[in-house]
Ligand binder design. Sequence first.
Ligand code: HEM
Length: 457
Amino acid sequence: MILQFIYESFDFKSWIILCFVLLLLVDIIKYRNPSSFPPGPWPLPFLGNVFTEIDFRNVNKLAEVYGTIFSLRVGSEKMIIVSGYKMVKEALITQIDSFVDRPNVPLFHKVFKGIGTILSNGYLWRMHRKFAVSHLRTFGEGKKSLELRIQQECVHLCNAFRAEKGPFNPMVTLNSAVSNIISCLIFGQRFEYHDECYQKILRLDTECIQLIGSPRAQLYNVCPRLLEYLPGPHQTIFSNYKQITDFLRGEIIKHKEDWDPSNPRDLIDNYLTEMEKKKSDPEAGFNIEGLVVTCLDLIEAGTETATTTLRWGLLFMIKFPEIQEKVQEEIDRVIGQSRQPCLADRVNMPYTEAVIHEIQRFGDVVPLGFPKKAVKDTTLRGYFIPKGTSITINLSSVLHDPNEWETPDTFNPGHFLTENGQFWKRDAFMPFSAGKRACLGEQLTRQVFFLFFTSLF
Ligand code: HEM
């Protein structure tokens, strides 16, 4: 009776309003925050804080209002953002097992498929991380050591710079040189800077990285099913990655043709061996798709980050000529101009080491780290964070934390020097993040920076 009455007395407009109110109620109930959840800006119904741009400047402004741990809702996803050295240390080091997983970010998932190292989780991630760390370690040893390969690349890089007439943009050459180190790791060989095929891969990759940060591409994360069939930057990203992974598949096929397990040349050879060893353990995910994504992981994580840092380095040296002179003086005194720099020089060059660290601190090239999520219900500084909540670590706020750095917003190599001029490693130096998911390319990057930087001088 009542239902019939409602049905007969409601016109079309009233039905629409009723449906909207019901959906609104469902939304409010479904996304109600648990008690003690970190505070944050008021979310819009259905969309959450989708119009809040999540870049580090905005995040820093929000942290000033809501504190060192605050929350946002992006579409159906809740995330918390952690800022400042003390809070980040608590999340990544004190609670080392709490935030180890990666969330499912649709834009990345479509390409990386939750396998490989960067975006995988659980047992598969542990096995792949172990494999990558072990490859990086063993690759650094032996006759054709990593140091030698980096030194050889330095010669090519310096020659390419020398060949330029007048002012030039070093971006493409630096990118080629850095990616050649990654290529040595993966393919056992470098590519000439004018190799058209390889340059095309690097161009496609640079374009992807530029597009991924754009708000229009990020929209794909809010409604992937709808945007899947619509044009936009996400389609360019997918098409570029398809071409890059096709190239990787081609390299893997070539490797398989003359693969000799007793004489591994590079990561691909070692992975093929691992595939054989782990045949009876499919959960570990060592298969051709895993290999393609593992190669892509290292290219993505290692090339742009290191190239951009080197570009910052050159810019800072131009902007602060008095610092450049001191670096030059130390290089001339310890190495001279007649031999190539080597890694053993590092201990004798505290000022150059301090400048390189300050370039990384001030360059701040991965300001918000890579996203992670809580693997279990967790309490952080009294706030309750349910299992599955995404967490963004504001690394930029650590590298500029006024409680840790004497002059956080000034380029000052003194941050890394003791009173008597010795190198001083600082706890708040976290450009590579910290904890179980910390960058596994840190040692390699430090070697590349030192040798590239000093060789250019
Ligand atoms: C300036 C250079 C670099 C910077 C600033 C940097 C920074 C980072 C950061 C912030 C993360 C995220 C850590 C986290 O989630 O807590 C990361 C992860 C990672 N980096 Fe780097 N990185 C650099 C170079 C490299 C290089 C050269 C390689 C490879 C040879 C590399 C490989 C990786 C990998 C595989 C991960 C994922 C680790 C995992 O999820 O277990 N990175 N890096």
